[in-house]
Every structure is written in structure tokens, then in C-alpha cells.
Design a protein around this ligand. Structure first.
Ligand code: NAP
Length: 253
């Protein structure tokens, strides 16, 4: 169970997909929200909607490109100044570009590596600075089921970044086990969002609202690690982790 109520939640990548739906569901559970992404127009529409549904709560928005290191620290500090404390940070902003290595698309693979890992590191640094000052806080890192094993083709770089994110979270958890600061890593399976709107045959794909409900339940319980939705991803995750690579490769297409 959570050590204390987490009133204010900061979510990066809140302008679409899982981030936007997490904002909606966490608002419905009574949280105040600090929301950021590059598309400010989307955040303005979301803020207006949240304010009309939850008039007693506070919602602040800021434009942020997570690849701008200085801006990450500035925006997180500005949200902290708005609310007094930031109780939880969800490191969610990410992208799913990628190409098989050595096929001339280093640009796409590098963009994925920088946004999903280097920028996640910047967000984690900025969040942990706040949490260490407060001696309290809950860091939530959005990894992926693809972090379980090395992935072929277009997913190779993406999966490596998501394994990196999960290891950042686990390293922090090892360091902070005896502290009031909590660390969670969430491994979503396929959940419908802008990232995969053109993907037709992803296995076990669930609608955004259903997938995010499982994410939010795990986050609110402050689970150290959660594969979501639990069915089928807990057993599939165990299989992916332990089966021989030729079998995993066939499973994943
Ligand atoms: N959907 C799935 O099946 C699935 C599965 C496993 C993990 N995930 C992870 O879940 C997270 C959310 O993805 P999603 O599926 O919701 O995709 P999405 O709908 O494409 O949303 C991605 C979000 O990240 C933001 N973002 C991307 N680049 C950014 C940048 N440079 N600076 C700031 N924000 C940036 C986008 O906002 P702007 O474009 O407005 O900046 C958007 O709000 C990602 O980390 C993804 O890897 C998704």
C-alpha cells in the first residue's frame, strides 16, 4: 500500500495516448495534475475538459520537449513551485520510431534512443532532485513488455531503450529501499494509442481506457514492477524472459 496519499502527479507526454488517459483516470481519482508535452494546444483542450469535470481540483500545463535538458529541469521546478510539492512523477513521454540496424536509418534509431532513454534520464534526474529535497515522492517509469528480451528489426532500438529505463528504475529501487521514496516500473503490453494507431495485428492489443486502467491501478498501489494488463502479460512476460531466443523470436513475429 502507498506510504502516504500522493495528491499531485506530474505526467510527461500527456498530450495523447497513455499519458492523456492516465491524466483523465488519475483526475477522476482526485489527483491534482501537472501535465506537459510539446503539443500545448492538446494540453489546453485536456485541461479545459478536466476542469469542467473536476471543478475542485487543480490542473497546470506546460509545453516541454523532453529532449531539451535545461527545459526539463526548468519545467519540473516550475510545477513544483506551482503546487508546493510534487508527490509523483510519471516518466511517460516516448516514441516508437525505428528501423533494422544497418539499413540507413540511424536518424530514426537515434531519435528513439535519445527520447526514450537520454530524455528519460533527464526526467528522472529532475524528479529525483525534487524527491530528495522533499524526502518523499513516487517515481513511475513507463517501460514496455518489449524490455523483456532483445527484439528484432524495427523494435531493436526501442526495446533496448525500454530495458534501459527499467534498469534505471531498478537501480534506484535498490538504492532507496530504506527511504520514503518509492520507485515503480510499468511494463505495458500493446495498448491502443497514437504510437500504434496504424498497427493492425499486434498480439493482445487492448483499448486505451482498459489498458490504462490496469496501469493506473498498479501505479496507485505503488507496485515496484507491474506487467499490464496482468492477463496475458504476466505469463507472457515470464515466457519471454526464460524461453530460448529462437522461440521468443517466433512468438514475436
Ligand atoms: N501504447 C503501447 O502499446 C505502449 C506499450 C508499451 C510502452 N508504451 C510507452 O508508453 C509511453 C506513451 O506512449 P503512447 O503509446 O501513449 O504513445 P503516443 O500516443 O504517441 O504518446 C506519446 C506521448 O509522448 C510525447 N512525446 C514524444 N516525444 C516527446 C518529446 N520529445 N518531448 C515531450 N513529449 C514527447 C507526445 O507528446 P508531444 O508529441 O505533444 O510532445 C505524446 O504525448 C511511451 O513511453 C511508450 O514507449 C506504450
Amino acid at each position: 500500500m502507498p506510504a502516504e496519499p500522493r495528491k499531485t502527479v506530474l505526467i510527461t507526454g500527456a498530450s495523447s495516448g497513455l499519458g492523456e488517459e492516465m491524466a483523465r483516470q488519475l483526475a477522476a481519482r482526485g489527483h491534482d495534475l501537472a501535465l506537459c508535452a510539446r503539443r500545448l494546444d492538446r494540453l489546453e483542450t485536456l485541461k479545459a475538459d478536466l476542469e469542467s469535470r473536476h471543478p475542485g481540483q487543480r490542473f497546470e500545463i506546460r509545453a516541454l520537449d523532453v529532449n531539451d535538458d535545461d527545459a526539463v529541469f526548468e519545467v519540473f521546478a516550475a510545477f513544483k513551485a506551482d503546487f508546493g510539492t510534487i508527490d509523483r512523477v510519471v516518466v511517460n513521454a516516448g516514441l516508437g520510431k525505428g528501423a533494422p540496424l544497418g539499413t540507413g536509418r540511424y536518424d530514426a534509431n537515434k531519435q528513439t534512443a535519445v527520447t526514450n532513454f537520454v530524455a528519460a534520464l533527464a526526467q528522472t534526474e529532475a524528479a529525483m532532485q525534487i524527491f530528495r529535497e522533499q524526502d518523499a515522492g513516487h517515481l513511475v517509469m513507463i517501460s514496455s513488455m518489449s524490455a523483456m528480451r532483445g527484439m528484432p528489426k524495427t523494435a531493436t532500438t526501442y526495446a533496448a531503450t525500454k530495458a534501459g529505463v527499467a534498469h534505471l528504475a531498478e537501480g534506484l529501487r535498490a538504492e532507496l529501499m530504506d527511504s520514503p521514496i518509492r520507485i515503480s516500473v510499468i511494463y505495458p503490453g500493446y495498448i491502443r494509442s497514437e504510437m500504434n494507431e496504424k498497427v493492425k495485428n499486434a498480439p493482445f492489443m487492448v483499448p486505451t481506457e482498459k489498458g490504462v486502467r490496469a496501469m493506473v491501478e498498479a501505479i496507485e498501489k505503488e507496485k515496484p514492477r507491474a506487467h499490464v494488463p496482468a492477463w496475458p502479460w504476466v505469463p507472457v512476460g515470464a515466457a519471454m524472459k526464460h524461453l530460448p531466443l529462437p522461440v521468443v523470436r517466433r512468438l514475436l513475429g
